[in-house]
Design a protein around this ligand. Structure first.
Ligand SMILES: *[C@@H]1O[C@H](CO)[C@@H](O)[C@H](O)[C@H]1NC(C)=O
Ligand SMILES: *[C@@H]1O[C@H](CO)[C@@H](O)[C@H](O)[C@H]1NC(C)=O
Length: 342
């Protein structure tokens, strides 16, 4: 943490020495802090070990640093499913490009209680996404379920979305096992692909198509755009390893940056989440959800292209955070989120 932050401050300092037009590090940090990134929100679920663990929880960073957090709503779920399986996992949040609202999307799945095996859940699971919207992180719409996967899919897991400026649409993507149309009982051998559909309103979606098919199980894809280099970076779990790839276009050619990210430090991990520092230019945070023991491990880098991720230190996360999203918020949004009471 300290090392990278000093490094990026040093880079800012050096660039301000050689390029007179560059603002001082203080001015640069000030600008970004007062623009949109005054704090971070964190949306997550707590796992199938608790009866209400598969609902949606929020936390707000204590300062403009993701190192420590206050839970929202007294640590109780903010969004609780009343539809479908009545369970929620893998929440993802995205801001509408107009800035007028947020969308939350999540997996419609409840594993608590051992009612089904993971294999059953991945063959006969919900084909829908659970969806909410909010103008301000304080008031939330009613929940809706929208079927995005075809009947030949076994489930719709770990949905995420990326705004595509080239088409002015969101690309929404999730993992589905696929079966042949004649295998209506979904008994055949299969593996998960990352499916995608486009939308502008998270109400109607285009027909789902495979986006990533590696010929073997893939899940938990997340995408970040690095405006400094003009590359999208995509992180996915493939056969238990986190693969980092990059491409200049969402549907372009993806090249491997690194494979097995975090494995040396943490063994098996999943549910990667990635976000840009509000404060330190070019610093990316990558958090990986450990499998045994469960829970997020924070890593960071000052050079996303390097694929080299260093363990962050000194972090105190909210209780039991599992697969979710950390996102940059304004001071007003932080105050709104902190005040949620349901
Ligand atoms: C158990 O699973 C069945 C079939 O998938 C479902 O109808 C039922 O509601 C589940 N029960 C609980 C407690 O989740
Ligand atoms: C970032 O990493 C890439 C790949 O290792 C390297 O080519 C590039 O020079 C690095 N950039 C900086 C600023 O160190």
């Amino acid at each position: 943490m300290v090392k990278l932050h000093l490094f990026s401050l040093l880079c800012l300092a050096i660039s301000s020495v050689f390029v007179t037009a560059t603002p001082t590090p203080e001015a640069d940090i000030e600008k970004r802090q007062t623009a949109t990134g005054s704090a971070y929100g964190y949306v997550y679920f707590q796992g199938e070990g608790l009866s209400n663990g598969e609902q949606i929880y929020f936390a707000v960073s204590k300062s403009n640093s993701p190192v420590s957090w206050n839970v929202v709503n007294g640590g109780r779920p903010v969004l609780t499913s009343t539809l479908g399986t009545k369970g929620l996992r893998d929440p993802f949040i995205i801001r509408d490009p107009s800035g007028s609202k947020f969308y939350v999307i999540a997996t419609d799945l409840r594993m608590f209680g051992g009612n089904q095996t993971w294999d059953q859940a991945s063959r006969h699971g919900s084909l829908s996404l659970a969806i909410w919207e909010s103008p301000d992180l304080k008031s939330w719409s009613a929940q809706r379920l929208v079927q995005v996967s075809p009947a030949t899919a076994g489930m719709s897991w770990a949905p995420e979305a990326t705004w595509d400026p080239s088409t002015q649409k969101f690309i929404v993507y999730w993992a589905s096992n696929l079966f042949s149309a004649s295998d209506t009982g979904h008994t055949g051998s299969t593996y998960s692909r990352i499916m995608y559909a486009t939308t502008t309103d998270f109400k109607t979606f285009s027909t789902a198509q495979p986006w990533i098919d590696k010929g073997t199980a893939i899940i938990d894809t997340t995408v970040a755009f690095d405006s400094a280099s003009g590359y999208y970076h995509r992180f996915s779990k493939i056969n238990g390893l986190i693969l980092q790839e990059r491409s200049t276009a969402l549907f372009g050619t993806w090249q491997t940056v690194a494979n097995g990210v975090g494995q040396a430090q943490y063994g098996s991990v999943e549910g990667p989440l990635i976000f840009l520092s509000n404060v330190y230019s070019g610093v990316w945070h990558l958090w990986l959800d450990g499998i045994n023991p469960q829970g997020y491990h924070p890593l960071e880098t000052g050079n996303i292209t390097s694929g080299v991720w260093t363990a962050s230190t000194g972090y105190v996360l909210p209780p039991n955070p599992r697969h979710g999203t950390v996102f940059s918020i304004s001071a007003t949004e932080a105050a709104n989120l902190a005040a949620v009471s349901v």
